[in-house]
Design a binder for this molecule. Structure first.
Ligand code: C2E
Ligand code: CA
Ligand code: CA
Length: 414
């Protein structure tokens, strides 16, 4: 990806950038030292030195005036580079790393900036700096920001090195245990860190834009998985695979074209793919998201609203967006027997589903008692460790082929 975080190495004496390039990128020093040079009376003089963990690329403020500077490697250096479009994307998504970087910049220049007149400060876009946090805070956050950037770089490498795999978790019909479909869940098998859970790397992938190739990989892989499952089943047997999408995917005008291409290349019927989105996704850039979801649905795919009940759960989403399935968040399911409010919420969501003719899937079913209770209150589908943890493609095929694997333990109907 042209936009991804870059790791570059610079040899001693090499210019990282010259005056004038500065607006286009920002760097963090990973290893080595760099010098900040300015031109004075026709000659370049070094005004500062930066080491590991330091950010540069910001405007140098010299003699109270913003001036651009040249950056030169004082030793062999390793740098992490942000492009301006990446920064713009991060600012748009209110990325914490950007806020931290701005904090670092502002903290470093606090003394100089506090000497600026108000109009000067406003020109620099740093209007009110009197309440900036102290240097220690910025230091802690600088370490955090560098850690996150490192994670993003590793993600980029991980995508290129095929370090990801998909697991499949069955979604079953509660009344008879039949497998209705599988949810595809991504895993990162990192060479040093071991298995990294999606909750750790998906936010970093979203912040860096790497979610786009990652989602495309998931879709393609899920289509391939579906192909394998279908080969083992009679042609008229219904089965879907659902894929989780991020808001960033659905806000891309190109998403639909990419989606169609993946379906065509893998020969999968669009009707066998379910796209899972959360309420948070629907709240952003609504028009593009609606357009994309509608186009996918017109093609025959279905849409599931994931983690229902945890967001704003506005009823208007259900009429504004093309939703085919409601997935009840596992936090409610898991408190079903201990918390009256959770029980009532689950009840209300299922009733809402019936009212709108939208089937419900209960997530996080861990016991026969959960399955029993959910079936009794009218939930049609379930997913959870009680049926199966997320499993490999091969195990999913075996799971499908096993005749009613949970027949003996199934909840009682009626
Ligand atoms: P999710 O979409 O709500 O996925 C369900 C999560 O609940 C999965 O965690 C699954 O392993 C876990 N789970 C299922 N049944 C049970 C149960 O009975 N008990 C408990 N305690 N947990 C259960 P996982 O795989 O770690 O995924 C976490 C989240 O990461 C997902 O939540 C989803 O938001 C995100 N994610 C996973 N794969 C992808 C992906 O391919 N793309 C995107 N954008 N997000 C993904
Ligand atoms: Ca999901
Ligand atoms: Ca969920």
């Amino acid at each position: 990806m042209s936009d991804s975080l870059l790791r570059i190495s610079v040899r001693q004496g090499e210019k990282v950038f010259s005056q004038g390039d500065i607006a286009d990128c920002a760097y963090i020093v990973e290893r080595g030292r760099i010098g900040v040079l300015v031109e004075r009376d026709g000659a370049e003089i070094q005004i500062a030195e930066r080491g590991p963990g330091d950010l540069f690329g910001e405007m140098a403020i010299i003699d109270g005036m913003p001036r651009s500077a040249s950056i030169v490697a004082l030793e062999d250096c390793m740098l992490l580079k942000f492009t301006s479009s990446q920064l713009a994307h991060r600012i748009e998504t209110a990325d914490p790393v950007v806020r931290l970087l701005l904090d670092v910049i502002l903290t470093r220049f606090r003394d100089t900036l506090s000497g600026l007149s108000k109009p000067q400060a406003e020109t620099l876009g740093v209007g009110n700096i009197s309440d900036r946090r102290d240097g220690r805070f910025a230091d802690d956050h600088r370490i955090e920001a560098v850690a996150q950037m490192r994670l993003e770089r590793e993600l980029d490498v991980g995508i290129k090195n095929h370090e990801f795999e998909l697991k499949y978790q069955p979604i079953v019909e509660l009344r008879n245990g039949e497998v209705a479909g599988f949810e595809a869940l991504i895993r990162w098998r990192h060479r040093e860190r071991g298995l990294v859970p999606p909750m750790v790397f998906i936010p970093a992938a979203e912040a860096s834009g790497l979610i786009v190739p990652l989602s495309a990989w998931c879709l393609r892989q899920a289509c391939r998985g579906l192909h394998e499952f279908r080969r083992k089943l009679p042609a008229d047997r219904k089965l879907f695979v659902s894929v989780n999408l991020s808001g960033i995917d659905l806000q891309r005008p190109d998403f639909f074209a990419d989606y169609k291409r993946i379906l065509a290349e893998t020969g999968v019927n669009p009707g066998d793919i379910k796209l899972e989105v959360t309420e948070g996704v629907l709240m952003k850039d609504t028009n593009q998201v609606i357009e994309t979801l509608k186009a996918c649905r017109d093609l025959g795919s279905t849409i599931a609203l994931d983690d229902f009940g945890t967001g704003f759960s506005s009823m208007s989403y259900l009429s504004m967006f093309p939703i085919d399935t409601l997935k009840i968040d596992r936090s409610f399911v898991q408190a079903l027997h201990t918390d009256r409010a959770s029980h009532n919420i689950v009840n209300a969501i299922i009733a809402l589903g019936w009212g709108l003719d939208i089937p419900t899937v209960a997530e996080g079913i861990e016991s026969v008692a959960d399955a029993d209770a959910l079936l009794a209150i009218g939930c049609a589908y379930g997913q959870g460790y009680y049926f199966s943890k997320p499993i490999s493609e091969q195990d999913a095929v075996a799971y499908l082929q096993a005749a009613r694997p949970f027949a003996q333990q199934l909840p009682k109907v009626g």
